[in-house]
Every structure is written in C-alpha cells, then in structure tokens.
Design a protein around this ligand. Sequence first.
Ligand code: SF4
Length: 225
Amino acid sequence: MEDKLKPVLVEKKLETCEIDRARMSLMDPMLIEEKVQERTIDEKVQERTIDETAQEMLRHTLREGIETVWDRYDMQQPQCTYCASGLSCIRCAMGPCRIIPDHNRERGVCGADRDLVVARNLLDTIATGAAAHSDHGRDIVETLYQTGKGTAQGYKISDPAKLKRIAGELGVTTEGRSDEEIAVDVSLGLLEEFGTVKNEICFSKRAPEQTQAIWDAAGIRPREC
Ligand code: SF4
C-alpha cells in the first residue's frame, strides 16, 4: 500500500494567505502543493472582484496574509447543501431538523414542511441582512447632520444637486436655503425613517410601481401602521 505523506508544519515565506494558513496548519503537503499550483494572486484577485480599487486592496491582503471574507468563504467549501437550499432549521430547541423526503423526513419536529422551512429561512436571512446594514446607513445620516451643523471635521457637501434631489423626495424646502441648512433637515427627515411611526417609509416609493401595488394590495408596505 502506498505510504501517505505525513502532515508537516512549514514555516517559510508564503505566496497567499490561503496557502499560508494551509501550511501553518498541519495540512497534507500534497494538498498544499496543489493549492500553490492552483492559482496566482492575480487570478484570485480577478476572480474576487472587478473593482480596480478593491483589487489593489485584495492584492495587498493576499501578499500580507491578511484574512478576508473571500478566504473564509473558500475555507468553508464545500458548504452544507441543506443549509444552502434552506431545508434545514435551527429555529427552536426541538431541532435541528432537516427536510429529506427520500429518507421519509417530510416535516420538522414541529410539523413545518419544506415550503414553510424554506420561506422562513429566506425571510430570516433577508431581515437579518437588512438590519445589519441599516445601522451603516444611520451612521451616514448622522454624519450628514453633523456636516450640516458644521461639527463633522473634514466633511463637506460635495454633491449639492443630489442633496436637493433627496430633499425633494422628503418634502424639504430648498428655495433660498444654504446646502448646510438643507442637509440638517434632510438628515432629520432620514433619521425619522429609522424608527418612524408614520404610515410608511418615504423611500418605499422608490420601489417599482408593480411592487408597490403588490405591497398595497397585501397591506405590507414597509412600516405601515
Ligand atoms: S423545523 Fe420546527 S421543530 Fe425543527 S428546529 Fe425548526 S422550528 Fe424547531
């Protein structure tokens, strides 16, 4: 029987962070060699983004062995097909449950079928992702407010036309007012959108008309109370 190579700890300078981690971990030397042959840094950068500025940053992270989201994604491969298809559920302590019709697992312990499990997982994912990003938006709005007040050091209003366009959407008066005054009212209007008790979020009108009609028919326009 062919001798299997033993894992070794390799410490010399490495080409990419993926290979770096592979070598620093006690991985199979043949697997490490495969990874070295597999891709150059430039190929990886091209594969990860077409944005030239981001490419420069990625090239730097790969040379320096700095871990990024792309490396962690690679390290997670192959990902769980049940999770990827939405057919697994960890919503409650009776789980985890997986829907596998071929093995007579048509429903979770609670009775949820595949449609319910997938729909709930999709909605959870969308809501969690949107919530995670919404605070980034709030930070930007707060910076706009400080800029209008003149207390945000190093910031200025660089696109007054866009400011006025958004002011129009929010119903903020622009006639005879400075950009800073408009910025304060626009930011206050936007901040209210984050915890509004109005009938609807102003920017929901940006959605396609057909989508808005569906929301209205179902009574689910965002934040309608
Ligand atoms: S399918 Fe039902 S029982 Fe299973 S984890 Fe999800 S909620 Fe709990």
